[in-house]
Each structure stands twice: as C-alpha cells, then as structure tokens.
Design a protein around this ligand. Sequence first.
Ligand SMILES: *Cc1c(COP(=O)(O)O)cnc(C)c1O
Length: 385
Amino acid sequence: MPKKHYLFTPGPTPVPPAVSAAESRPLIHHRTAEFSALFEAASRRLQWLFDTAEPVLVLTGSGTCAMEAALVNLMRRGGQVLVVLGGKFGERWGEIARAYGLEIVPLDVPWGETLSADQLEAALAEHPQATAVCLTQVESSTGVLFDIQALARVAQRRGALAIVDGITGIGAHRFHFDAWKVDAAVCGSQKALGMPPGLAFVALSPRAWEAAERCDLPRYYLDLRAYRKALRDATTPFTPAISLVAALEQALIELQQTGLEPLWRRHQILADATRLGAQALGLELLAKADPCNILTTILAPPNVDVNRLLALLRDDLGVSFVGGQGPLKGRILRIGHLGFFNPFDIVTALAALETGLHRLGYEFTIGAGVRAAHAYLIEHGAEAF
Ligand SMILES: *Cc1c(COP(=O)(O)O)cnc(C)c1O
C-alpha cells in the first residue's frame, strides 16, 4: 500500500479536492473575457476576505513577494522604517528593508512574546522620522498572535504607515483592513486559503496609495500602480498564474460558504483542542500569553531529540510537522492546523505525536493527549466540521 501522507505544516497546507480540480482545468488565455470574469470575481472575494473596499492586488509569487511589494511601494530612498522583530518573519521585514538601503529601527521582541501598544508608542515617539512600521499578525515561527488593531491604531496616531504581514493570519484570525486602518496588508495562497503556493495578495489604504505615488525606490515588476490600473480592466499587467487564479476563485467560494466568523471560530476550536492535547501529554507550549490559532508551538521535552522525532514522523509514519527556525531550531516542534482542517485531523495529529514520542522513549500515559483533545472537540467542536 502506498504511504498515506498527512500535512500538518503552517504552509503549505492541505488543498481541498475542488480547489485542486479547479487548478487542473484546461488552461485559458488571460487576455479573454472568460479570464477577466474569473479574475474580477476572485478579486471581489479577496476584498471580502481582507474586509476592505480597497482593491486587493494579486501577484504571482510567494508571500515574501507581496512583503517586498508593500515596502518598495511605500518607502522613499534612505527612509526610516521601524521593524517589529520577534521571529523569523519579523526579521524578514528587516532583511527586505536592508536590501533596499532603508534605515532600519529594529524593535526587539523576545521570540515567543508579543508587543504591547505602549511599547510601540514609546518606540515611535523615540523615532519620529520613521514613516512606516512593519508588523506581523501571526509570527508563524513562534506561534504568537500580535494585536494588529491596537498596533495599527498607534501607528496611525503617530503618523506612520502600518504595514502588516497577514500571510498566515488573514483567513484564520479576525482581520478588518479598513476598520483597523491598516495601510498595507499582505497574504499568501498556501496558508489559510488552502491553495498551492504561488499567489500573493496585497491591499493598500488611500494613505498608502498616496505614498506609492511619492515613492522613489526602484520598482518594476512590483510597481503596484500597474496592478491597480490593470485590475480596473479586470486583468493583470503581466501573465498571471492562470491556473492558480482558477484555484483561488474556488478556494474563496468555499471560504465564503463557510463565512468569516465561523472560519475564525473553527481555527480557535482546533487550536484550543491541540493545545489541550499537548499539555495533557506533559508538554509545554512556547507561546504562553498570546498563542495564535494557526499552529501549536511545543517545546521539545527533555531527552527527546526533536529532529529525530520529526524525521521519524515524516519518514516512517508519513506525518509532517515542522521544527523551529533560527534560535528555536532543535528546541521546538510546530503542528500546523490552518486552512483545510477539521476536528478529526487534530485527533490524528495528536495520535501521531504520541506515537513518535512513545517510540523515542518519552514517558506519558498513552492516549492522554488524544483523549483530552477529543473530549474537548466532542463538547465544543461541532462548529468546526
Ligand atoms: C509563510 C509566511 C511568510 C512567507 O512566506 P513565503 O515562503 O514567501 O510564502 C511570511 N510571513 C509569515 C508570517 C508566514 O507564515
């Protein structure tokens, strides 16, 4: 029998069958009425997902492509940008800014912790020259959720643009682009949308569009003005990933059938169950105060080699979790549950974790994690199917 594979990673995530089917439809040309109708429908649905009246632009590339697009369209040469660190993706904002010669004000946050509005306020007061703040809604390397509503409000008050990496957050956690006065938000296809990788999305506020007109950083493929202009004609400036646009439309139809509130609620329920299951095994979570709902970050138990555990799960059992990045390499294990997941998947993930831990000699009551999660899901999980 072929090995059955289970993808419990925070991107890419499992793809629903109808989305894969849409992606494999015969190719159409992109300068046609048929493509334009598809593209226009998908763009409208993206506005629903971001909760915005602004256009949401579709780029061909991974999430980082949209991060770079946001920065190069909003900053001026040599400008100062405040970058909130706290994980690998916060650091990525800094790396992109550095690549364009921007002056970076790093705001350090211990990995596994969040940032308060007061801390941001103090940093911006100290650096009034910073014209933008780079934030991450869900820092997937640590499993921490940042309060974008509160942080964007501070940025707004201090006259800095709030640029948000919502790549794993949007579609899994509450997010309101317009109401929260976010200036730029980016998202990627292979996370909560449950699509293959390859598309990135970006929205700008009216304030950010003004900055995009004044911006003088080099940009060509990522000049967002070209994408906005093309979108008015229901198309893209360059050849889009046509098959992925078809998949996008299907993925968004399915998300809309669920609805935003139930979508966010489902992620909450599945995350609560996973955390309970891990703790019932005597495991400790990394993100204690502000855990996100897209993945569960578990500290490696003493005497268990995480890399061996991950390899055993992946190679022998067909189950993919991921380890830590940067300073957390070898110290944590991450179980993704964003996108196309339901309660039975969580039970499976915990059963796999127990199997791996047992094989490596970790002592616990077999079934304790599964039982805790399953009991919770039977009580509270009806909405998560
Ligand atoms: C996945 C991810 C990214 C970007 O990744 P790509 O590999 O470029 O798609 C950026 N930020 C966060 C928070 C992510 O989870």
